[in-house]
Design a protein around this ligand. Structure first.
Ligand code: GDP
Length: 460
């Protein structure tokens, strides 16, 4: 439920920084600001939407706490659509606590996670896809994710959904005309025409639904599991790709026992790299559990990086790696190219390795450029062509709603072609329309809003 009280929170990350922003929203926001923040010169007025320099004072004792900028934005021209005040103080954790505490003694309540965005949504300042895009923008870890979040934030997805919903309303209007005036001899679209309009909408909606593979990969990053027998250089390659010493490198086989994970930006992509335990038979119980985990991560990964030691002949454990990699997208690495070669790309091809093969020396980074290029190619292929679809859905919530809408439209088309009464066709068209409306939030429930905004941090 939306209670119109005044909320306060730190909008910037907790901890020490040059500047911190304390944000207030609600009917008392500007009154509270005026009780905490005072212009330095008496004639300095707090003009709406203008940053002004002033002094922060403890409202109880009048003691000065900081010199800070403040801005007031009056409803409805603000982030939340309510009166909003922001204080840009110095970024000390104690200072921020004092300011937030002062606001609370003056009647504000500490905001819940995502409460500012939720109010913005409830006051019609942004639709749900835009609110979600703000969260995605903040979490973006690559240019592709940034671009996608920004497009969604400025309404690319909401516009597409609105257009499809508008077309559905047209179909509904025809069906309702048939329900109301069907026997009065008025010229109405035939069932075939209605089925054709629905089929047209299905054709438009399906690529958007299928764009989830691309959208998810851009938003959350692709997972690449490094697999290989012990000592081929998996941990060295992980560290090389990350540019930091993240995984332990030793000449002792079986050192990496659990899955180590970290992420790196690669071209427009964001890749989550997982270093896994070396695959071999035997070893102790801990190592065997590590190997099981390695296999399950390899099975769940978007890409495989299969590593072979170029300075030693193929062994049974390598054959297992070749088996796992069969048919998987990814890159094979022939490591230790600085040593005398005993394994060549041709030999790997002969054994059925179909992935691109990159010779590498993980110790001196010789071949790193080619490895990065091949990984980017593999990601390009994974993301695939957009088939002319410029917008991508990036959340399971959007994909599931589109799947619901598509299912209902298929049913509506079948009923229209099967000569079912218009009421039956109209029910499925209404389900499809509501499913689309749930993406932007035109049709929604408290539970859905709770689950969306709970993911946000406090102050957002
Ligand atoms: P992992 O067990 O597959 O993770 O392999 P590590 O990364 O721990 O490396 C095993 C051993 O091989 C270490 O002694 C590394 O220094 C060495 N090593 C890794 N890459 C290369 C390489 O390209 N050339 C040479 N000569 N040694 C390497």
């Amino acid at each position: 439920m939306y209670v119109q009280d005044t909320i306060v929170a730190q909008a910037t990350a907790p901890g020490q920084a040059a500047v911190a922003i304390v944000r207030l929203s609600g009917p008392d926001a500007i009154r509270i600001l005026r009780a905490i923040w005072h212009p330095i010169r008496a004639r300095t007025e707090l003009l709406p939407r203008r940053l002004c320099l002033g002094e922060i004072r403890d409202p109880a004792s009048g003691a000065a706490l900081d010199r800070a900028m403040a801005v007031a934005m009056h409803a409805p021209h603000s982030l939340t659509g309510e009166d909003v005040a922001e204080i840009q103080c110095h970024g000390g954790a104690y200072l921020v606590r004092r300011i937030v505490g002062a606001a609370m003694t003056l009647g504000a309540r500490l905001a819940e996670p995502g409460e500012f965005s939720r109010r913005a949504f409830l006051n019609g300042r942004m639709d749900l896809t835009a609110a979600e895009a703000v969260a995605d923008l903040v979490e973006a870890r690559g240019d592709g994710a940034l671009r996608q979040a920004l497009e969604q934030m400025v309404g690319a997805l909401a516009d597409r959904v609105a257009r499809m919903r508008h077309q559905l309303i047209g179909v509904r209007a025809h069906l309702e005309a048939e329900i109301d005036f069907g026997d009065e001899g008025i010229k109405l679209p035939s069932r075939d025409e209605i089925a054709a309009s629905i089929a047209h909408l299905i054709d438009e909606m399906r690529p958007l639904h299928d764009s989830f593979a691309r959208g998810r990969l851009m938003r959350s990053g692709a997972r690449a599991a490094i697999v290989g027998k012990p000592n081929v250089g998996k941990s060295s390659i992980m560290n090389l790709l990350l540019g930091v010493d993240r995984a332990i490198v030793t000449a002792i086989p079986g050192t990496t026992r659990d899955v180590i994970e970290d992420s790196v930006a690669l071209g427009p992509y964001h890749l989550v790299i997982q270093d896994t335990a070396g695959l071999r038979d035997g070893g102790d119980e801990v190592e065997r559990i590590g190997i099981e985990r390695a296999l399950s991560h390899a099975a769940g990964a978007d890409l495989l990086i299969a590593v072979f030691d170029g300075a030693s002949a193929l062994e049974a454990d390598d054959s297992r790696v070749i088996e796992i990699a069969r048919g998987c997208p990814g890159v094979a690495i022939l490591n230790k190219r600085d040593l005398a070669p005993r394994l060549t790309p041709a030999m790997l091809r002969e054994r059925g390795v179909a992935m691109p093969i990159v010779p590498l020396c993980a110790l001196n980074a010789d071949g790193l450029g080619a490895l990065r290029d091949e990984l980017i190619h593999a990601l390009d292929a994974l993301v695939g062509s957009n088939h002319g679809e410029t917008v991508a859905v990036s959340r399971e919530r959007h994909r599931a709603a589109l799947a619901r809408a598509l299912g209902a439209l298929e049913a509506a088309r079948g009923s229209a072609l099967g000569g079912m009464p218009p009421e039956i066709v109209a029910v499925d068209v209404a389900i499809a329309s509501d499913a689309l409306g749930s993406i932007t939030g035109e049709v929604t429930s408290e539970d859905v809003l709770d689950s969306i905004f709970r993911e946000f941090c406090i102050g957002k």
